[in-house]
Design a protein. Sequence first.
Length: 105
Amino acid sequence: MSGTEERHPLGSPPPAPIGSGADYRRDVERAQRLAPLVREGHADSLIEASIRYVIAQPAVSTVLVGYSTMEHLEYAARSIEKGPLSPAALARVAEIQQSFVGEPR
């Protein structure tokens, strides 16, 4: 969800998609389309936005965070401490997600 194909040297290889785009590049392109969340001030990064989006979902009880360094883990913890995305941010996510409808996977 970082919005970049660059991977940390300690990171695992790009994963096979898990029900999203047809390949990792397509997943990155979709993540980049969520950049307005950062530009509009809803989150400091796409990574933060994704973590805070997940904890805003009442049906979700666990967030699985991938990290390669202690700094990555600490950033995830700081993101969670900020709490769920605001209702306005969640509405913006839903609006952006609508642009995915009908696209090939």
